[in-house]
Design a protein around this ligand. Structure first.
Ligand code: G6P
Length: 613
C-alpha cells in the first residue's frame, strides 16, 4: 500500500528509484511516479498502472538526477489517474506521501484562499503547497517542513525535495513506516528495507514523529520534529535479504514451498528436543504467570491464525482467549481487562488498524492503572509492533512478497502454539505427556507438509474444475472452521471467485440454500472427533447436487465417487492439523488463479501491508 523510495547521491539515481519501486510492488498500487532534481529544476514522470510503464517513460525522456523521490500509489483520495499520482509539486517543491492527511479538506480551503491552485484530488497535494508557503518565511527546507507537520492530522510518511536544495532530502515519519538506508557517500529512504536491499544492508528505523534531513554524507534526525537525536544503524543479515522468485513462476508458489523450512526455523528458536529452550520468552515469564486471559487482535489472514489459537488456548491450557478483528476492536471501546495478555498477530507489524488497537489499549490500560501485558507475533523484527509491545515472538518465515499470505500464516500458527506451550508451562497447566506429544508433532510438521506438497499435481487437476465457477463454499469444523475461512479468503483474493467459509455445523442455517449443481464445496476433513458429523454435512451437500472437493485424512475412509473428489492428506497430530490443511487450500487457490490468468502476486485492489485504515 503506497510505497516510497528516495535518495541523494553523487550518481544518477533514476534506476535505483525504479528498482526500489519494483521491489515495493508487492505492497499493492495502481500508479507510479518519480521526481528528480536536475540543474535547479524538478523533473517529474508519472504513469498509471505498473512500474514498467514509468520505467519506459523515464528511459525515453532520459530523466536523470542525483536527488529524487519516487512513489507507488494505492488510490485513497481520488481515482488512480496520472494527475493524482505522486509526486505532487508546488513550485519547486516535490512531495511523496504514504498514509492519509485526515484534515486535508480544511487545509486545502485555507491554501486556496491564499491563491494556491490544486491540480489533483489527493490529500497529499496540500503538503506540497504548505511547504511552499512555509518557505516564504523559513530559512531552510528543513525548517519549513518542521513548521508544517504540526498542521497535519492523520498518518503519514513523507519524502520531500526542492529544486533549490540539490543535496537535501527531507523525510517525516508519523504513523506510516519509513526507513533510512545508509550508503557510502549516498543515503536513501524507503517504505521498507526490501526496497533498498540492492544498495545497502545498513538501516536506521525512524520513530514516530521523527523528521530527518539526508544529504549525501550526513543524516540528521529530529525527534518530535525538532530535538536532534541519534538513532542506531542496524545491519541486516543475508537471510533476510533473500527475496527473489528463484525458479518459481510466482512468489506465492515459492512461499508455499518454503513452508517446511520456515516452520523448521520458527520451531527451532523455541524448542530443544521436547523441551522449551530456557531462554525462550524468558523475559515474559512474570507476565505469563500473572495473566488470566488472552485477547488477540489482528486483521485478514493473521486474524484467522488468532481464531485457531482461541481453540488451542482454551482446550490445551485452560486459558480463556478472545480474538477480534482490529478494525472493530479499536472503535468499539472494548473494556480493557486487568491481567490480560493482549496479543497482536501481524505479518508486517505495520497494519494500521492493529497498531492503532494496540496503542489505544496501552493508553487506556495506563489511564486506569491496569496490569496488562502486550505481545506481538510478527514476521518483521524491526516493525513498529515489535518495538511497541512488551514481548514479541518472531515468525522466522523470511520476507513474504505475495499479497496472499501463506508461509506467514503457518508460521504464525506454529508460533502461537509455542506461545501457548510456554504459558501452559509457566502456569503449570500442561502435562509432560501433552508437552511431548505436541513438541514431537511440531518437529514432525515440516515433513508432513513436504508430503502434502507431493499432492500438488492432483490439486492442479482439481483446480481446472473451478475455473468457470462463480461461487464456492469452504466447510470445516473446530480448528478447521478458520481454515475454511482462510481457504475462502485465499480463493477470493487471488482468483476473484466469490467464496465463503463456514463452520460446517452452520450449513443448515443458510448456505445450504446456495448449494446446487454449480456449487463446488471444499471440505476440510482431518481425522478428529468431528469427522462423523462432517460426513453428515457432506451427505447434505451431495443430496442437493453440490460437487464435493474433500481434503481428507488418508485414514478417514472417505473415498472418490461421482461428484466427490478426494485428496488424501497425510495423517497428522490433531492439534497441528490446521497447519497442514492450510497447504491444500493455498495450492488450490494458487492454481485456480493461475488458470484464470489473474495477477497472483499482486491481486487487483489489494495491498500486502495495509498501512492506512
Ligand atoms: C492484508 C494482506 C493480508 C494480511 C492482512 C493483515 O490484507 O493482504 O495477507 O493477512 O493485510 O496484515 P498483517 O501484516 O497485519 O498480517
Amino acid at each position: 500500500m503506497c510505497g516510497i523510495v528516495g535518495g541523494v547521491a553523487e550518481r544518477n539515481i533514476s534506476e535505483i528509484l525504479i528498482e526500489g519501486l519494483k521491489r515495493l510492488e508487492y505492497r499493492g498500487y495502481d500508479s507510479a511516479g518519480l521526481a528528480l532534481i536536475n540543474h535547479g529544476q524538478v523533473l517529474r514522470e508519472r504513469r498509471v498502472g505498473k512500474v514498467v510503464n514509468l520505467e519506459e517513460a523515464v528511459k525515453s525522456h532520459q530523466v536523470a538526477g542525483t536527488l529524487g523521490i519516487a512513489h507507488t500509489r494505492w488510490a485513497t483520495h481520488g481515482k488512480p489517474t496520472e494527475t493524482n499520482a505522486h509526486p505532487h509539486i508546488s513550485g519547486k517543491v516535490a512531495v511523496v506521501h504514504n498514509g492519509i492527511i485526515e484534515n486535508y479538506a480544511e487545509l486545502k480551503a485555507d491554501l486556496q484562499a491564499l491563491g494556491y491552485v490544486f491540480s489533483s484530488q489527493t490529500d497529499t497535494e496540500v503538503v506540497a503547497h504548505l511547504v511552499a508557503e512555509a518557505l516564504k518565511t523559513a530559512d531552510s527546507l528543513l525548517v519549513a517542513v518542521q513548521s508544517i507537520v504540526s498542521k497535519l492530522k492523520g498518518a503519514y510518511a513523507l519524502g520531500i525535495v526542492h529544486a533549490d536544495y540539490p543535496d537535501e532530502l527531507i523525510t517525516v515519519r508519523e504513523g506510516s513506516p519509513l526507513v533510512i538506508g545508509v550508503g557510502i557517500g549516498e543515503n536513501f529512504i524507503g517504505s521498507d528495507q526490501l526496497a533498498l536491499l540492492p544498495i545497502t544492508n545498513r538501516f536506521i528505523y525512524l520513530e514516530e514523529g521523527d523528521i530527518a534531513r539526508l544529504t549525501r554524507t550526513s543524516i540528521e534526525i529530529y525527534a518530535h520534529g525538532t530535538q536532534a537525536v541519534q538513532r542506531p544503524v542496524k545491519e541486516l543479515d543475508a537471510t533476510v535479504s533473500n527475496s527473489s522468485k528463484g525458479e518459481y513462476k510466482h512468489y506465492m508458489l515459492k512461499e508455499i514451498y518454503e513452508q517446511p523450512e520456515a516452520l523448521q526455523q520458527t520451531i527451532s528458536q523455541a524448542l530443544n528436543g521436547n523441551a522449551l529452550r530456557e531462554d525462550f520468552l524468558a523475559d515474559a515469564e512474570v507476565n505469563f504467570r500473572n495473566i488470566e486471559q488472552i485477547q488477540i487482535i489482528a486483521c485478514g489472514t493473521s486474524y484467522h491464525a488468532g481464531m485457531i489459537a482461541k481453540y488451542w488456548a482454551e482446550q490445551l491450557i485452560d486459558v480463556p482467549c478472545q480474538v477480534e478483528i482490529a478494525s472493530e476492536f479499536r472503535y468499539r471501546s472494548p473494556v480493557i481487562i486487568n491481567r490480560t495478555l493482549y496479543v497482536c498477530i501481524s505479518q508486517s507489524g505495520e497494519t494500521a488498524d492493529t497498531l492503532a488497537a494496540l496503542r489505544d489499549t496501552q493508553k487506556r490500560a495506563a489511564a486506569k492503572g491496569l496490569n496488562i501485558a502486550t505481545m506481538t507475533i510478527c514476521n518483521v523484527a524491526t516493525s513498529s509492533m515489535v518495538r511497541e509491545t512488551d514481548h514479541h515472538l518472531l515468525t522466522l518465515a523470511g520476507p513474504e512478497i505475495g499479497v496472499a499470505s501463506t508461509k506467514a500464516f503457518t508460521t504464525q500458527l506454529a508460533a502461537l502454539m509455542l506461545l501457548l506451550l510456554k504459558i501452559g508451562q509457566v502456569k503449570q497447566r500442561i502435562s509432560a505427556e501433552q508437552m511431548t506429544e505436541i513438541t514431537d508433532a511440531l518437529w514432525h510438521c515440516p515433513k508432513v507438509i513436504l508430503d502434502t506438497l507431493q499432492h500438488n499435481a492432483e490439486i492442479l487437476r482439481l483446480s481446472e474444475l473451478f475455473v468457470e465457477k462463480q461461487h464456492c463454499l469452504f466447510l470445516g469444523r473446530g480448528t478447521h472452521f478458520p481454515i475454511a475461512l482462510e481457504g475462502a479468503l485465499k480463493l477470493k483474493e487471488i482468483s476473484y471467485i466469490h467464496a465463503e467459509g463456514y463452520a460446517a455445523g452452520e450449513l443448515k442455517h443458510g448456505p445450504l440454500a446456495l448449494v446446487d449443481n454449480d456449487m463446488p464445496v471444499v471440505i476440510l476433513a482431518p481425522q478428529d472427533d468431528m469427522l462423523d458429523k462432517l460426513k453428515s454435512n457432506m451427505e447434505e451437500v451431495q443430496a442437493r447436487g453440490g460437487e464435493l472437493f474433500i481434503f481428507a485424512d488418508e485414514q478417514s475412509g472417505i473415498t472418490e465417487k461421482d461428484r466427490q473428489h478426494v485428496v488424501n492428506i497425510p495423517s497428522v497430530n490433531t492439534w497441528l492439523a490446521p497447519i497442514v490443511y492450510s497447504i491444500p487450500v493455498q495450492l488450490l487457490s494458487y492454481h485456480v488463479a493461475v488458470l484464470r490468468g489473474t495477477d497472483v502476486d499482486q491481486p487487483r485492489n489489494l495491498a500486502k501491508s495495509v498501512t492506512v485504515e
